[in-house]
Write a new protein. Structure first.
Length: 363
């Protein structure tokens, strides 16, 4: 016959035996004795390093001297004194126009001057003779005054003809176009025998040693730009680098672009830079000798806020940071860390503030 009380006693005994066996084997409901879980991460050490605050811009090259060679008169080209792309010297004849009529005008003016000078000599001699006769009371006052007036008129005629000769000579010079300075000749737009109008551009002469490069920086950098600031210049698609300095700083910020206009000067002795060319510029606005630098992948952020996980005593501590300059693969910290501290650069996306970590330094 089934005895419920006997079955209950047997169940209690069985449970007690199981408990004793489990206790003997080291099993317990309290798991505080189990080892602490640690997240695997990779660390890097924050370094102290000099950081340069650089600004990059695109600029336009302008020759230090540039002149469009244009005639002031109409005429036919009769001679050329240059080859395209040649170096030219100041005063060198570049273009000669047909000046035969102008030369004839000079000859006419010179003949008129010679005649006026001869008449002035005669009038002077007559005046001297009348003055002697007047002193002997042989001529009247009226005759003396007439002689003097005649000589004054002859002298005025000489001056007038001198001015006419000077004008004719200057007009003759307009038919001969000279290089205004040492430089290089550009593309020739006309050939010998072509008729050209006054004001037509025949060629351009430039002096590109040195050159000026116009560019701008945002007004937030205005206080950091100084005259003589070094500038590094490169031509897109080429490896050469040339050095220059800031030569001009506009006293006012452009109200439309909010940029400060600058000019850099480059000696350009090798002729790498050409008038009208676009180039890339880089200039150091500020140098910070003891900046904290960490790998860029350590940075976490959202909504304009940034933070990192710094490991202290085996724990990951979430810490807000202020970013500075971006460097290749690295970033400067303006606040939030000290040099020598360990920062998580891999595995930080799985971390929470205060998590224990298993670390490995990044070599």
């Amino acid at each position: 016959m089934f005895d419920p009380n006997s079955s209950a006693r047997r169940l209690i005994v069985l449970t007690s035996c199981c408990a004793l066996v489990l206790s003997a084997c080291g099993w317990s409901d309290d798991d505080s004795s189990q080892p602490e879980r640690r997240a695997a991460v990779t660390l890097a050490e924050a370094e102290s390093r000099a950081v340069e605050v650089r600004f990059n811009a695109v600029g336009n090259v302008k020759a230090s001297l540039r002149a469009e060679i244009s005639p002031q008169v109409d005429g036919v080209i009769t001679g050329l004194g240059f080859e395209e792309g040649d170096s030219v010297t100041r005063g060198q004849m570049l273009v000669q126009l047909d000046d035969r009529k102008a030369r004839a005008s000079v000859n006419v003016a010179r003949a008129a001057l010679d005649n006026a000078v001869a008449l002035a000599v005669v009038s002077r001699q007559r005046q001297s003779r009348i003055e002697r006769l007047f002193s002997d009371e042989l001529v009247s006052v009226e005759e003396l005054e007439a002689a003097r007036a005649n000589h004054l008129g002859a002298q005025a005629s000489v001056r007038e003809n001198e001015a006419s000769l000077d004008l004719a000579t200057r007009r003759l010079e307009e038919y001969r176009l000279l290089a205004p300075f040492d430089g290089e000749s550009g593309y020739r737009h006309y050939d010998i025998g072509n008729f050209v109008r006054s004001g037509s551009t025949l060629l351009v002469v430039t002096d590109s040693t040195p050159v000026e490069i116009s560019f701008g920086v945002p007004d937030k950098h205005a206080a950091l730009v100084k005259k003589s600031t070094p500038v590094r210049v490169t031509v897109p698609g080429r490896s050469e680098v040339v050095q220059g300095v800031v030569k001009f700083i506009d006293p006012a910020v452009d109200s439309e672009t909010r940029q400060l206009r600058l000019k850099a000067e480059v000696s350009n002795q090798d002729g790498l830079l050409r008038d009208g060319q676009f180039v890339e510029l880089s200039l150091v606005l500020e140098s910070r000798p003891n900046s904290v630098v960490i790998p860029e992948q350590a940075i976490l952020g959202i909504g304009g806020e940034h933070w990192v996980f710094v490991v202290t005593d085996g724990k990951a501590v979430q810490r807000p940071v202020t970013l500075g300059e971006r460097l290749p693969g690295e970033v400067e910290l303006r606040a939030g860390m000290e040099a020598g501290e360990q920062v998580v650069i891999a595995g930080q996306h799985r971390l929470a503030d205060g998590d224990a970590v298993a670390t490995g330094l990044d070599d």
